[in-house]
Ligand binder design. Structure first.
Ligand code: RUQ
Ligand code: CUA
Length: 677
């Protein structure tokens, strides 16, 4: 029976190799082990036990290979860490590869109770409030594209940035403690899309626009679209010393009201330049209800849109020289200045493009037109020559448009609905195909042609994915030195992949083995994502991350990343009253808070500091004050502060919300609020 099962399924070469490996691991021959005989099925190479399990579970040799490639035994760590957008959750997902185990959901734009993110702790409230839009609290985000910080074009494991498309915001997360430190709201545009992407030394965080609007989203009728509406791309200045974006040293470019889409930073030979797609160069304004063509038709009439080619280094000089206007207090380089200074060029790009991705060496820009079955490859060298030759026409706004044939390197037919491209270490590129619901592997040319045996600029392999892939992400895939090995397909639809959980289905992340050349892509694993809809992710080698195990000192404030003036040691606990203000300095340690009684009066204003004085790895305490929406997570060494007005009298039990010790249930206290009269 076992033999039949094997013969029924063709073993792939890779599968055979791994199964042979498994022979070695499980039992290389009939052998005696502490008196037990382990028999080996010679046809499958698996031990009789393993063969029986495989047969019982209906596993094919391919399944077994995939399992062996992804299984990470208990206690062992993953080789790669993927930082994925958490989609509408507003959070960031941290996932290990190849196991596809979810390690953490980092609170970013949305309150997250377990991390005490947005439930009273002052620093967390301050960061979330930075993301308010004109005074309106915004507590969700449509997160799209995380970007790891880079040094010399390689991920350095220090920071990760994340954009919010819905409200035009960018967040900064510090990878020393995996906590969000800053949110900036774009003052020029209400909405964004082409962010966050970073330049090779993380001097700039790129945030491109999307749906054009008057700058500062001021009112103007759609009849004035061409005159009043504008696109933008913003360059946020990042200060590595402070770990913060500096809005005062940042700037935006005013652009024609095309809908700018994804951006990517140039690297190595193209460092200092930035490339962004646009669509709706038709400047359609919709209005299906009035008999106008809907956006989907109106914005898809032309065969070509415009790739935006931006000289960022020069733009930064122009901004520093003060040749800017102010929009909501933010520096914006006017379009006419950009044209006069040679900051922006266009190149025609087919057709309703979406992804733009720069090759590892920076030589080529790969564009995917959603309505074109090709990817189009532009040469940076040719772009430079065309700019120097000055042989161009202009668009309606006076922006120079380079000639398509002057800058084109290659076009490769990959399939239907190409969206995004990634790169590996073997001279291959990978493009997601939304409509074909496949990932295409194709061979790069130029310097990359030496890395593979295929003809340059040709399709090599296609892998089905389930279903409707958006982004794909390869290990270290946006760096100057991609690792190859793994690719994750971030699929929009799951359909039949998982148990039905009602009409709203999970998203499906699929792990693909890209380690072997040629026609060898293998799907390894499906991971349902319980929050939607993530767009992009980046994968870093796990050993590049060096987060703290505990905070560096007792009394640490994660929001300033320094010792908090109200952080205390055990023995310094106290309660002080000053008029109607009561201030509490409390410590937490297994298994008690000090003090355990807090006696106040109705109407008091309470300022409460708690320090977790633990130095042990993983000794986190929680703190919940019911009735006041207060919940803290106090990691070892951390100090947090919250304030509230004790409007109601009564008896309140505060307690530790982390099962920290055997006597965790006893880690509690009473807040007694005496009625005011
Ligand atoms: S981008 S797949 Cu293509 Cu924001 Cu969503
Ligand atoms: Cu501290 Cu439970």
């Amino acid at each position: 029976m076992t033999k039949q099962w094997v013969y029924k399924h063709k073993l792939t070469l890779g599968g055979l190799l791994v199964v042979i490996l498994a022979i070695g691991l499980l039992a290389s021959c009939d052998r005696s082990d502490e008196g037990k005989t382990v028999s080996v099925d010679t046809a499958s190479g698996l031990s009789a036990d393993a063969s029986a399990i495989a047969a019982e579970r209906g596993l094919t040799p391919e399944n077994i290979t995939a399992a062996l490639k992804t299984y990470v035994p208990s206690g062992q760590h993953d080789e790669y860490i993927m930082f994925s957008s958490g989609g509408h959750s507003g959070q960031l997902l941290v996932i290990g590869l190849p196991s596809m185990r979810l390690l953490k959901v980092v609170g970013v734009f949305t309150p997250e109770p377990w991390q005490g993110w947005g439930y009273g702790a002052q620093g967390t409230m301050d960061v979330l409030n930075e993301g308010n839009v004109r005074g309106q609290e915004v507590r969700w985000a449509d997160t799209h594209h995380p970007a790891l910080s880079e040094t010399g074009g390689d991920y350095d494991g220090q920071w990760v940035f994340l954009n919010d498309k819905a409200n035009g915001r960018v967040a900064v997360i510090d990878l020393r403690d995996f906590e969000t430190k800053q949110i900036v709201k774009n003052p020029v545009a209400l909405i964004d899309h082409g962010g966050a992407m970073v330049t090779p030394d993380t001097e700039w965080v790129i945030e491109g626009g999307q749906y054009a609007a008057p700058l500062g989203w001021e009112y103007s009728s759609l009849e004035n679209y061409a005159e009043d509406y504008r696109g933008m791309v913003t360059f946020w200045k990042f200060n590595r010393e402070t770990g913060r974006i500096e809005p005062e040293n940042s700037f935006a470019l005013e652009l024609p009201p095309y809908w700018q889409d994804l951006c990517d930073a140039g690297k190595l030979v193209s460092e200092g330049w930035v490339f962004c797609n646009s669509f709706n160069t038709e400047m359609a304004t919709g209005g299906i209800e009035s008999g106008n063509p809907p956006f989907e038709a109106g914005a898809s009439q032309r065969d070509m849109d415009y790739l935006h080619i931006i000289n960022l280094n020069k733009a930064a000089e122009v901004a520093a020289a003060g040749k800017t206007m102010e929009v909501n207090g933010f520096n914006v380089i006017p379009l006419e200045t950009s044209i006069a200074e040679g900051l922006v060029y266009f190149a025609p790009e087919p057709k309703s493009p979406h992804g733009v991705d720069v090759t590892p060496g920076g030589e080529y820009m790969v564009i995917s037109g959603k309505l074109d079955p090709h990817v189009t490859v532009y040469s940076f060298d040719k772009i430079q020559k065309a700019v120097a030759a000055g042989n161009f026409e202009t668009d309606d706004y006076g922006v120079p448009v380079l000639k398509f044939e002057d800058v084109l390197e290659a076009q490769i037919e990959v399939g239907l609905g190409p969206l995004h491209t990634q790169f590996d270490d073997k001279g291959y590129a990978y493009t997601s195909l939304f409509l074909d619901t496949q990932v295409a592997r194709w061979a790069l040319g130029g310097a990359y042609g030496e890395l593979h045996e295929e003809e340059d600029w040709t399709l090599v392999d296609k892998q089905d994915v389930q279903y409707n892939v958006g982004h794909i992400v390869a290990a270290e895939g946006d760096t100057v030195s991609p690792d190859g090995k793994y690719l994750v397909s971030l699929n929009k639809w799951a359909v039949d992949r998982f148990q039905n959980v009602g009409p709203l289905l999970p998203q499906n992340f699929q792990l693909i083995d890209i380690s072997q050349p040629g026609d060898s892509l293998q799907l390894l694993y499906d991971m349902p994502i319980g929050v939607g809809e993530p767009h992009y992710a980046q994968i870093i080698k796990a050993d590049k991350l060096a987060p703290w195990e505990v905070y560096p000192e007792v009394g640490w404030n994660p929001h300033t990343q320094s010792k908090d003036p109200n952080g205390i040691e055990a023995g310094e606990e106290r309660i002080e009253r000053n008029g109607n203000t009561v201030e509490i300095w409390m410590t937490a340690v297994r298994s008690h808070f000090t003090p355990e009684h807090v006696e106040i009066k109705q109407g008091d204003h309470v300022i409460w500091h708690i320090t977790n004085v633990e130095r042990a790895y993983d000794a986190t305490h929680g703190f919940s004050l019911p009735g006041y929406n207060i919940n803290l997570s106090l990691e070892p060494g951390e100090t947090a502060t919250f304030e509230f007005d004790a409007t109601e009298d009564g008896v309140y039990s505060y307690y530790c919300t982390e099962f920290c010790s055997a006597l965790h249930l006893e880690m509690t206290g009473y807040m007694l609020v005496e009625p005011s009269e």
